[in-house]
Design a protein around this ligand. Sequence first.
Ligand SMILES: NC(=O)c1ccc[n+]([C@@H]2O[C@H](COP(=O)([O-])OP(=O)(O)OC[C@H]3O[C@@H](n4cnc5c(N)ncnc54)[C@H](OP(=O)(O)O)[C@@H]3O)[C@@H](O)[C@H]2O)c1
Length: 218
Amino acid sequence: MISPLEMRVLDRNAQYFGISTLDLMEAAGKAVAEVARSEFGAAGKRVLVLCGTGNNGGDGLVAARHLSKEARVTVLLARSPDQFDTKEAQTNFERLRDVQILAGLDRSEEAIAEADLLIDALLGIGAEGSLREPFASLVRQVNGSGKPIVSVDVPSGFGTGLTVRPTVTVALQDGVAERKPGGVIAGSRRAKPRSTAVGRTFMRDGLITIIKRTMGGS
Ligand SMILES: NC(=O)c1ccc[n+]([C@@H]2O[C@H](COP(=O)([O-])OP(=O)(O)OC[C@H]3O[C@@H](n4cnc5c(N)ncnc54)[C@H](OP(=O)(O)O)[C@@H]3O)[C@@H](O)[C@H]2O)c1
């Protein structure tokens, strides 16, 4: 399995070869929105996008923007909006329109209960050590909800011992880079959660979207 450090190196190499973090974030978020639409009929439904303040949260914010054109979208930020780790995530937060914003745990249980679909963009490969609050509580609330869950890149908490149990996980690979022999991205750029079986893949805009369906997921 590729370690988070190796994945960060691969991401940095992708940037060197001309794919910016903002581009990757846009492609990932758009792919997540497409999966929400095609696999879960998100149009017209109440979609809750749970976002952290790192780049995984940024992917979720892009998905929220795309889905807001056709669904009733609420973004639940795990932390306050002045705590973004990256300028790309901040930029995508500022691009949101017509989306309800909640922060922290105050109304999280109610928001989860009201949603038809949950998008889990709390934490990606940046999570290390034991899961801290408010993420640990949010992961438990999401897992206890019985709602369909789409995780972005990896299920939040992956590698920490407490992990979201998604219905599907959407991950992206840079297809162009992957095809280069010994190139930027060899094999899977993203970790494969052990409980997850690979489902479908499709390619668009030079990026491969991989949908992994979790065994036992709702
Ligand atoms: N790299 C790229 O080019 C790129 C581009 C687009 C999207 N992405 C997405 O971004 C993800 C990686 O982004 P990232 O490096 O910003 O990391 P991340 O997965 O978004 O996680 C970063 C956040 O995790 C928190 N965190 C770390 N360990 C934790 C723990 N044990 N408990 C609670 N919180 C914890 C950090 O908080 P503290 O700072 O307080 O530790 C930080 O806010 C990828 O998985 C992918 O989904 C990456």
